[in-house]
Ligand binder design. Structure first.
Ligand code: ZN
Length: 136
């Protein structure tokens, strides 16, 4: 959900509900909220050896309460980091890893290397744009 649409809905007091499943408002560490269907899984707590139910949405980093300290979302790993610096570093590292992988693949599959690098070039372009946006 984009921020503008979300803000408009919050102002209007309307959270979209579709289907019969009850939805819960989750907050992301970057302060955005989303109405999602809880995704429960059962497991055993290794420390207490008791049966527990986890919500995959919460395991994924979402919270039921708005964050007090906002954390920037990372387009590199689709998670959140403590600082923008960490986001930049993460994206940079991923970019470097991607290039390394690209080179390795180009060596192993010389014929498909060309097409692969074209796609990587496109991805790189996208990353540049994302970085530009983040730095705005
Ligand atoms: Zn990251």
């Amino acid at each position: 959900m984009n921020k503008e649409k979300q803000l408009a809905q919050q102002e209007a007091g309307v959270i979209p509900i579709s289907g019969g499943m009850p939805r819960v408002t989750y907050y992301a560490p970057d302060g955005t909220s989303e109405s999602l269907i809880p995704n429960y899984i059962s497991g055993v707590d290794l420390k207490t050896k008791t049966k527990v139910t986890y919500d995959r949405n919460i395991l994924g980093g979402l919270s039921l309460t708005p964050p007090t300290v906002l954390k920037p979302h990372c387009d590199g790993c689709q998670k959140w980091h403590n600082t923008q610096k960490e986001v930049d570093a993460c994206i940079k590292k991923r970019k470097a890893d991607t290039l390394k992988w690209d080179k390795k693949m180009a060596k192993q599959f010389p014929k498909e290397g060309g097409e692969m690098s074209d796609r990587m070039d496109k991805l790189e372009g996208m990353f540049e744009k994302i970085l530009e946006k983040l730095n705005e």
